[in-house]
Every structure is written in structure tokens, then in C-alpha cells.
Design a binder for this molecule. Structure first.
Ligand code: GLU
Length: 292
């Protein structure tokens, strides 16, 4: 087994980094309004990481949440019966534009060029789409641009939707051969049980292997009602990332400065160690999502 300190130290050398932030981290719990201070800190951190010569991709949720707010539909709870496909798609169409407007404005203040990439399952399953998406990402990163990714909720029906941005971010990381995926969440990382309910739950600093026991631990964790991801989707993401040889970290978004500390090698969050599984077929895997 490799030395833990050494693995954390190695994070300093990561070059291509995907960061995912969820709706609950981007909005105020009490009002559902956007948390501009948090978003601004995120943009500043990412801009600085970019200025260090690293490549940065941001996978952001929050389109539906922002759209709901703009349309005064906040009373409609995530995944409730009232949140029909049409409502969700209308909200995301309004909200995605607002979200991008905010990101564009803030990234421009730090002299960064941002781009928008909206994906669906087809982007990965279809060979030509996947090839083009890969080329677009590669070219944007070569040009020093920060791609901002979300699912194309406006057109994604159940059959072609990925469903949550934890999974989407891992798919993106696998597609572009990222070195590291950081999932910013409202929890410190992985625990042996839900720490909000069980005071004896222990924090897990590093996962070398995703055992069935670990995967089962995530089941039944629901997460917040603004985003879609609980611990389950994070473990699914860890499966995709690590099998594609991408290291992954779950870290708490309460202090966005954690991004710098992670990239300085300090022990923050839970590290899932990437180890290529040659039998892992990304398009085949994505094709089967939600089918069983
Ligand atoms: N794509 C959704 C949105 O932008 C979020 C999905 C998620 O929270 O995982 O609102």
C-alpha cells in the first residue's frame, strides 16, 4: 500500500482538475436565493488555480434552483410530483442563463475566459458526440479557458438524462482524463454512518478500494432537497472516477479555501484513490444509467 502522506503530497502535482459544486452550496438554505459570496469565492479560487498554470473545469448545479427562484416557484420541492419534467425544464432554461451570467461576470473580473458546455447522456454514448465533446474540452483547456459544465436539463428527458451532477462530474473527469475530481459538498467527506444522526460515525480519510460494504453505506442517504446528490451519488461518482484512474476528493464547501489546501497536499476531505480498471467501459456504463 502506498504511503498516505505521499498520496496527499502528490495532489500538489495534479494538473487537470475538475471541481463540482452543488445547488445547496450555491444557494442560501433559508431563502433559496443565490449565495453570491460563496460563488465569488469559488470563482476567485478557481481563477487562482488557473493562474498557477493548472487546467480547471467547473461542473455546476443550480440552474433549476435559480430558475425556480426567478419564476417564484420555490414552493415546488425537488423531485416532488409537482416538479414535472416541463416545470424542471422551464426552470433550468431560465436558471442556466442566470447562472452563466453570474459566472461570466465574476470570471471576467478575474480576467478569465469561461465557456459553457451542456451535456446529456448522448454526449457520451454516441461515438461522434463523445469524440467532439472530448475535442472541444481539450481545445478549450489548451486555450486556457475554464469550461463550465451542467447537464442540458432543458432537453434531457428521462431516457437521455444523467440525473445528477456528482455522476456528471465523474463522467467529465473520465472523458477528459482529468488528474483529480473534487466534489464540493455540504459534508466533510465520507463517514462510516450519517454523522448528523449517529454521533459514533467515524470519518474516513482515504478509500483505497470501493468495496460493496462501502457502496451499500451510501444507499438511502438522500442529501438536501435543492440538489439531487446524497452520499450514494458521490460513491457512484467515486466508482466512475477511480476506475478511470482519476483521484477523487469529497470536501466541505463551507470554506471554499479548502480547494487551495487540498492542492497544497493537506489532509482535507475523503480521498478516493484512482486505480485504472481496464474493463471499465465509460460509454457502455453511461448507456445503462437509469435503465436498471
Ligand atoms: N443539473 C441540475 C441543475 O443545474 C442539478 C443536478 C444536481 O443537483 O445534481 O439544477
Amino acid at each position: 500500500m502506498r504511503n498516505m502522506g505521499t498520496l496527499r503530497e502528490q495532489l500538489k502535482d495534479k494538473k487537470r482538475i475538475v471541481v463540482k459544486i452543488g445547488s445547496s452550496s450555491l444557494t442560501h438554505k433559508e431563502t433559496g436565493e443565490m449565495d453570491y459570496i460563496r460563488i465569488e469565492k469559488l470563482v476567485r479560487e478557481l481563477s487562482d488555480i488557473r493562474n498557477q498554470g493548472k487546467e480547471v473545469v467547473l461542473v455546476t448545479s443550480g440552474a433549476i434552483a435559480a430558475g425556480k427562484k426567478a419564476l417564484n416557484l420555490n414552493q415546488i420541492k425537488r423531485n416532488s410530483e409537482a416538479e414535472t419534467m416541463a416545470v424542471k425544464q422551464a426552470c433550468s432554461a431560465v436558471g442556466q442563463a442566470r447562472l452563466m451570467m453570474t459566472y461570466q461576470k465574476l470570471f471576467a473580473e478575474y480576467n478569465q475566459v469561461a465557456a459553457q458546455i451542456l451535456m446529456t447522456k448522448n454526449t457520451i454514448v454516441d461515438n461522434l458526440n463523445r469524440y467532439n465533446a472530448h475535442n472541444t474540452f481539450t481545445e478549450l483547456l489548451k486555450l486556457g479557458v475554464i469550461p463550465i459544465v451542467n447537464e442540458n436539463d432543458t432537453v434531457a428527458t428521462y431516457e437521455i438524462e444523467i440525473g445528477d451532477n456528482d455522476t456528471l462530474s465523474a463522467i467529465v473527469a473520465a472523458l477528459i482524463d482529468a488528474d483529480l475530481l473534487i466534489l464540493l459538498s455540504d459534508i466533510d467527506g465520507l463517514y462510516t454512518d450519517d454523522p448528523r444522526r449517529n454521533p459514533d460515525a467515524r470519518f474516513i480519510e482515504q478509500v483505497d478500494e470501493l468495496t460493496d460494504e462501502l457502496m451499500n453505506m451510501g444507499k438511502g442517504s438522500t442529501g438536501s432537497d435543492v440538489g439531487t446528490g446524497g452520499m450514494n451519488t458521490k460513491l457512484v461518482a467515486a466508482g466512475i472516477a477511480t476506475r478511470s484512474d482519476v483521484d477523487m476528493i469529497i470536501a466541505n464547501s463551507a470554506d471554499i479555501g479548502i480547494l487551495h489546501r487540498i492542492l497544497n497536499g493537506s489532509k482535507e476531505g475523503t480521498l478516493f484513490v484512482g486505480k485504472r480498471d481496464h474493463s471499465f467501459d465509460l460509454p457502455g456504463y453511461v448507456d445503462k444509467l437509469h435503465k436498471n
